[in-house]
Design a protein around this ligand. Structure first.
Ligand code: SAH
Ligand code: SF4
Length: 372
């Protein structure tokens, strides 16, 4: 898992196999999503035995635990070969899925879904509202470990990419642009091997400027989301220390210069923190900031957690913020929190949390008003 076609060709050559074995391996691993060499029946037994003898296996991440939310969201804990674990989230969205009341829950009643994958074990960026930040950074994930999460979830859910509309978001634990090459390789494997259209994949970055530029030059790439989260440098320095390295001026310049494809938009994520960045004046600053960028704004009311010293704003503040943006011509959506009761929602990736987490919060806050 994680080898591209070229690398599989080299592997086949090493075992004196004909060239077409590489294609068979590539298809078995990524397109058929087989989970062991034994199940690749197109390969000669001897070749399989020789590979296994040298300790070669397909190497999918192993599902260690999973938690199912009342809204149908499933949070997976995947173990890698060295025992490190990361979180991956499955968010089914049945046709009535926007209700936000869990009515879309259920194993068979879905046609669309989103898989949220992690790119690192922990994160070094240290945003003050994010639970993953509390872990610090343990290590990068390899391309195989990133793509493998998506493949393992597809298999666990028995998903069929031809009949179902499945999106991938690189928005789990970690900063993908601080693990750039493996992240990009995993994206290519998901496009070229597994069969996800580029247009159904989105990567989110906290704003690693040089990598935003590299990303724009990629021939095959997901869509871009940027975690804006603040209306000005003063607030952003406080809640996202990365802003001291690359400030808003640099960030917005990179966004304006980013080469968008036909009909593509940049998504700006904006986590609303009560009293900190959610006031009407802040909305006006955001409108000025994003002027000149073909974009939309995804508003996310803070998902709270232990050790996070911010509060979730009132529903009315979120709605007001949204309508100010919309009235100024900036498309703005409110991201409905998913799986809060199992700690699966944005910024809640924190692998030590073994149990289903605190369900009190989700019970108290139902968000039937959230759309987008
Ligand atoms: N590291 C990348 C991607 C992972 S975080 C990034 O920061 O963009 C994905 C999104 O979750 C980001 O937009 C981030 O701002 C948001 N987020 C983090 N903690 C959150 C929290 N406690 N509540 C709501 N959203 C949060
Ligand atoms: Fe890292 Fe993103 Fe969390 Fe910031 S919001 S600490 S960049 S995972």
């Amino acid at each position: 898992m994680g080898l591209d076609f070229q690398e599989l060709s080299t592997l086949a050559q090493k075992y004196s196999q004909p060239e077409y074995r590489a294609r068979q391996l590539f298809e078995a691993i990524y397109s058929q999503r087989l989970d062991s060499l034994d199940s690749i029946s197109t390969l000669p037994k001897q070749f399989r035995a020789a590979l296994k003898h040298e300790g070669v296996e397909i190497g999918l991440p192993r599902k260690e635990k999973s938690f199912q939310s009342s809204d149908g969201t499933i949070r997976y804990l995947f173990a890698m070969a060295d025992g490190e674990t990361v979180e991956t989230v499955w968010m089914p969205e049945g046709d009535g899925g926007e209700a936000g009341d869990g009515s879309e829950a259920g194993d068979t009643d879905w046609k669309r879904a989103t898989i949220c994958v992690s790119s690192q074990v922990g994160c070094a960026v240290n945003c003050q509202f994010c639970l993953t930040a509390l872990l610090g950074i343990k290590r990068n994930l390899s391309a195989g470990e990133i793509a493998g999460q998506a493949i393992a979830v597809l298999n666990d859910r028995g998903a069929d990419l031809e009949r179902q509309r499945i999106n991938i978001v690189f928005m789990g634990m970690g900063e993908p642009f601080l693990n750039y090459a493996p992240f990009m390789k995993s994206a290519r494997l998901l496009v070229e091997g597994v069969g996800f259209p580029e247009s159904r994949m989105t990567v989110s970055t906290s704003g690693i400027i040089p990598r935003i530029r590299d990303f724009g030059d990629e021939p095959v790439r997901p869509k871009l989301a940027i975690s804006l989260n603040a209306p000005n440098d003063e607030v952003r320095n406080r809640i996202m220390p990365i802003n001291k390295k690359w400030n808003l001026e640099l960030l917005m310049q990179a966004a304006r210069e980013f080469p968008l494809r036909n009909r593509e938009r940049i998504t700006f994520e904006y986590v609303l923190l009560n009293g900190v960045n959610d006031q009407t004046g802040h909305a006006r600053e955001v409108i000025e900031l994003v002027r000149g960028v073909r974009c939309k704004v995804n508003l996310i009311a803070l998902n709270p957690g232990p050790g996070i010293d911010f509060e979730t704003p009132e529903e009315s503040a979120v709605r007001t913020f949204q309508s100010l943006l919309v009235r100024a011509g900036v498309p703005a959506f409110i991201r409905r929190p998913r799986g809060r009761d199992i700690y699966a929602a944005c910024g809640q990736g924190q692998r030590q949390r073994a149990g289903p987490g605190l369900s009190w919060h989700c019970r108290r806050v139902l968000w039937p008003w959230a759309v987008g």
